[in-house]
Write a protein that binds this ligand. Structure first.
Ligand code: 3H9
Length: 700
C-alpha cells in the first residue's frame, strides 16, 4: 500500500498499481503523489519487470480533479506523472476497466500499452469545462487513432465506445479477464523495445488540412459563442505541425488561455451546479422513494403528449385521459407521428416505435386511473379547471398515488387543498417540448411529503431530465424570472428599440433566440392570458405589455398564425420585421407619455438581464430556490441560457454583484416612475455585494 488512494500488489514479476480515489478516481494531488510513489517503487524494485495501472473502482478515472482548478499547491502536476510513466524503463500497461475521461484517458495514453473491456467508453470531455486536454491528450490521441476521430473526440467531448478505437487498444476483452490480459501483455513486453506514443511520427497532409478546415467551419456554427472548441482544434493541429515536445508546449499555452476565461469558470461552475441540484439537505438520506410502475397523464394535448413520451421512452406504461374520444385519438396520433419521424431520421427502429406505442393507452374515464402510481395533470392553465381535475383524481386514485400538476404558474398549495391528501400533491413543471427539454422544475408544496419529493427527483433521472426542487410562488423560479425579462423587452420597444435589435443583442449574448422570437414561437396569447388573470399585479403600470396586447387582440398571436411581433411566410419560421409594429409602439409610447430615444446595446442587454438576475436574488431570499446554482441549472436547461456564461447567477458573480446592484440603482433613478417600481435592487443582492460573500456560500 503506497497511499490510501493507491494500492499496489505483485503478480509474478508484474506490479499492479490500482487507483482507489472514490468516487471516480479524480486525479487529485493525493492520487498523483500516490501514482508517482507506486511507479517509482516498481521501477526501483529489481524483482519487478513490468507494471500495470488499473482501478479498484468501476471507473478507470474521471480525469483531473476539477475542484482543484480554483488553485492551491498542485504539484506534482499531471504531465509530470505522465512523463514518469512514458519514460519508465519498464513497460507499463493501462488496464482500462471502466470509463476513462480527460486526464484519466491521458494517463492511459501515456502508458505503453492499453487493454480494455468490450462495452467501455472513453473520452476527452474537457471542452465541456471550457478547457482542452492539458496533459498531452491533444498530442497523444492523434498519434494513436485516425486524425478525424481524435478531432471529433476532443472537439465534441463526447464519450466514444472503445470498439471504434481499436487502434488504441492492444486488446479488448471481458471484464473478468481484463487483469489477466493486462498482466499477459505486460509480461510479453518485457525485454522488447518499449513503444512511446510521443515517438509516433505524424504530419499534416493536404487531405488532413481539409478535415481541419471543415471541422473549423462546422464548430464555428455549432459552438457559437464558445471559446474552447476552436482552441481544441488548434491544439490538435499542433500535433501534426510540430514535433511532440513543441506540440505539448503549444497545448499547454492553449490550455492556459482557456483556463483563465470567464467561460471556463462558468462551465466548471455548471458542472458542479448540475450535480448539486440533486441534493436536498432537508430530506433525510434514508427516505424511501415510492414505487412508480404506472403513470397516468390528464390531457393528451401537446404538453400531455410530450410528457407521456418521456415515460414510454423509459419503458413505463402510461394511461392518457381525455374526456372526448376524438381529442384522445388525436393526441395518440400526434405521439405516433413524432415517433415515426424519429424512425425516419434513423433515431428509432420501427420495432421501438411499436414497443413505445404499446406502452401508451388512452381512456375517457377517470375510474381507469385507479391503479396509477403517479398522475400528472396537463390541462388548460386555469385554476378552476385544475381544481376540477384534482377533485376527480382524489376520488378515484389509490392511496399513496402521487398527484402532480404540470402548472407553469399557479399555486400548487391551492390545488393541493382541494384534495383530501395534500401530502401527495406536487408540481412537476415540464418545459415545452416536454419530450425534448431537459429541465423538470419539481415544485414542493407546503404539505408535500418528503418521499413524494424524493420519488420525483428519482423519476426525473429515470426519464433523463434534470430535476430541480423549487418552492411555490407565481411562476416558480423559471417563469417568475422570465416574466421580468419579457417585461423589460416590451418596455424597451416602447422606449424606441426595435424587436429585431433586442433579439439580436440577446442572441449575440448566447441565448438561442431573443424574447420576441421566443414569444412568437410560444404564442403571444399565452402571456396575454396570464396577464388577464393577473391584472392586479400589473395594474399600476401596464405600459410594457400594451404592444403585445394590441397584437393579440388583433389576432396576431405568433408563428402559429403566421404573424405576431414578426411576420412569417407560409411554412417558414424565419421572422420578418414588420414596420407596423414599430408604428404601434410609437403610437402607444405617445399615448403613455414615454419619450422614444436612442438606446445603447449595453443598456438593452443590462435591462433585459439584470432585472432577471435581481429577481433571482429575491427568489433566493424567499427560499424558493435551495441555492443560487439551482437557478443557473433551471436557466441553462429550461431557457437556453448559454452554459458558457454559467447561468444568470454565475454571470452576476462574474460581472460583480456590486456592478449589478449599481446598475439596478442607476435605472431605478433614471427611468422615472417605471424605474422606481421595477428596478429596486434586491436587499439580498445589495447585502452580498457589500459583504463580498460568494454566492455559492449563501444559505437562507
Ligand atoms: C481534466 O482532466 C484536465 C486534464 O486534461 C488536464 C489536467 C492538467 N473532478 O457525475 P457523477 C464528482 S479535466 C472532481 O455524479 P456519474 C462529482 O462532482 C476533467 N470531481 O457520477 C460527484 O460529486 P458529488 C475531465 C468529480 O457516475 C461525484 O464525483 N473530466 C470529477 O454519473 C460523482 O460524479 C471530466 O470532465 C472530477 N473530474 O458520472 C469528467 N468527476 O457526489 C467529469 C466527477 O459530491 N465527470 N466528480 O456530487 C463526469 O463526466 C462524470 O462524473 C462521470 C461519472 C461520467 C465520470
Amino acid at each position: 500500500m503506497v497511499d490510501s488512494v493507491v494500492s499496489q500488489k505483485t503478480v509474478s514479476n508484474v506490479s499492479v498499481v490500482s487507483m482507489a480515489n472514490a468516487p471516480v478516481n479524480a486525479l487529485s494531488k493525493a492520487l498523483r503523489v500516490g501514482l508517482i510513489d507506486a511507479v517509482n517503487k516498481a521501477i526501483s524494485d529489481t524483482e519487478i519487470e513490468a507494471i500495470v495501472i488499473t482501478s479498484d473502482l468501476p471507473l478507470f478515472s474521471a480525469g483531473a480533479d476539477i475542484s482543484e482548478f480554483s488553485g492551491g499547491d498542485l504539484s506534482p502536476m499531471l504531465p509530470e506523472v505522465l512523463a514518469l510513466i512514458e519514460n519508465s524503463p519498464k513497460p507499463i500497461v493501462a488496464a482500462v476497466n471502466g470509463g476513462a475521461f480527460g486526464g484519466g484517458l491521458e494517463l492511459a495514453l501515456a502508458c505503453h500499452y492499453r487493454v480494455t473491456t468490450e462495452k467501455n467508453k472513453v473520452g476527452l470531455p474537457e471542452v465541456h469545462l471550457g478547457i482542452l486536454p492539458g496533459a498531452g491528450g491533444t498530442q497523444r490521441l492523434p498519434r494513436l487513432v485516425p486524425a478525424a476521430t481524435a478531432l471529433q473526440m476532443i472537439v465534441s467531448g463526447a464519450p466514444t465506445p472503445v470498439k471504434v478505437l481499436n487502434d488504441m487498444f492492444i486488446k479488448i476483452t471481458t471484464p473478468e479477464s481484463l487483469l489477466d490480459a493486462a498482466v499477459d501483455v505486460a509480461q510479453q513486453a518485457i525485454g522488447e523495445v518499449i513503444p512511446a506514443t510521443s515517438k509516433i511520427e505524424i504530419a499534416m497532409t493536404e487531405q488532413l488540412a481539409t478535415v481541419f478546415a471543415q471541422t473549423e467551419a462546422h464548430t464555428a456554427a455549432k459552438a457559437r459563442g464558445f471559446f474552447a472548441p476552436a482552441k481544441c482544434i488548434d491544439a490538435v493541429k499542433a500535433a501534426f505541425e510540430l514535433p511532440f515536445n513543441e506540440g505539448l508546449k503549444r497545448e499547454g499555452e492553449l490550455f492556459m488561455q482557456c483556463m483563465n476565461t470567464p467561460q471556463a469558470r462558468a462551465q466548471q461552475h455548471f458542472f458542479f451546479a448540475e450535480r448539486a441540484a440533486a441534493s436536498i439537505p432537508s430530506i433525510a438520506k434514508d427516505t424511501k422513494a415510492r414505487d412508480i410502475q404506472q403513470v397516468a397523464i390528464i390531457g393528451a394535448g401537446t404538453m400531455g403528449g410530450g410528457i407521456a413520451m418521456n415515460f414510454a421512452n423509459a419503458g413505463i406504461p402510461v394511461r392518457m385521459l381525455e374526456l372526448e374520444q376524438a381529442a384522445l385519438d388525436k393526441g395518440l396520433a400526434v405521439i405516433r407521428k413524432n415517433y415515426e419521424n424519429s424512425a425516419k431520421k434513423g433515431k428509432l427502429t420501427q420495432e421501438q416505435v411499436e414497443q413505445r406505442m404499446s406502452l401508451l393507452q388512452g381512456t375517457t374515464e377517470y375510474s381507469d386511473l385507479s391503479e396509477a402510481d403517479l398522475v400528472i395533470e396537463a390541462v388548460f392553465e386555469k385554476m378552476s379547471v385544475k381544481k376540477q381535475v384534482f377533485e376527480a383524481l382524489d376520488k378515484v386514485c389509490k392511496d399513496g398515488a402521487i398527484l402532480a400538476t404540470n402548472t407553469s404558474t399557479l399555486d400548487v398549495d391551492e390545488i393541493a387543498a382541494c384534495t383530501s391528501r395534500p401530502q401527495d400533491v406536487i408540481g412537476l413543471h415540464f418545459f415545452s417540448p416536454a419530450n425534448v427539454m431537459k429541465l423538470l422544475e419539481i415544485v414542493r408544496g407546503e404539505k408535500t411529503a418528503d418521499d413524494v419529493i424524493k420519488t420525483s427527483m428519482k423519476l426525473a433521472k429515470t426519464i433523463r431530465k434534470v430535476g430541480v426542487l423549487v418552492g411555490v410562488c407565481f411562476g416558480f423560479v423559471g417563469n417568475r424570472m422570465i416574466e421580468v425579462y419579457g417585461r423589460e423587452s416590451g418596455r424597451l420597444v416602447l422606449e424606441g428599440a426595435t424587436p429585431e435589435r433586442i433579439d439580436k443583442i440577446i442572441y449575440d449574448f448566447g441565448l438561442p433566440m431573443g424574447p420576441f422570437t421566443m414569444g412568437d414561437m410560444a404564442g403571444l396569447d399565452i402571456g396575454y392570458f396570464v396577464r388577464q388573470s393577473r391584472k392586479a399585479f400589473i395594474e399600476h403600470d401596464p405600459s410594457y405589455c400594451t404592444v403585445a396586447d394590441e397584437l393579440v387582440e388583433a389576432g396576431r398571436v405568433g408563428l402559429k398564425v403566421g404573424k405576431g411581433v414578426y411576420l412569417y411566410e407560409q411554412g417558414s419560421r424565419t421572422p420578418i420585421p414588420d414596420p407596423s409594429v414599430i408604428e404601434i409602439a410609437q403610437r402607444r409610447a405617445k399615448e403613455l407619455g414615454i419619450e422614444q430615444r436612442q438606446i445603447s446595446d449595453q443598456e438593452i442587454l443590462e435591462r433585459c438581464i439584470y432585472p432577471l438576475i435581481n429577481e433571482g436574488f429575491e427568489i433566493l431570499k424567499e427560499g424558493i430556490a435551495q441555492r443560487a446554482s439551482d437557478i443557473d441549472v433551471i436557466y441553462v436547461y429550461g431557457y437556453g441560457f448559454p452554459v458558457h456564461r454559467g447561468g444568470p447567477m454565475q454571470y452576476a458573480e462574474e460581472i460583480g454583484l456590486q456592478e449589478i446592484a449599481d446598475k439596478m440603482q442607476h435605472y431605478h433613478d433614471s427611468l422615472g416612475e417605471y424605474g422606481k417600481h421595477w428596478f429596486k435592487p434586491s436587499d439580498l443582492l445589495v447585502e452580498l455585494a457589500q459583504s463580498k460573500q460568494a454566492l455559492a456560500t449563501y444559505k437562507k
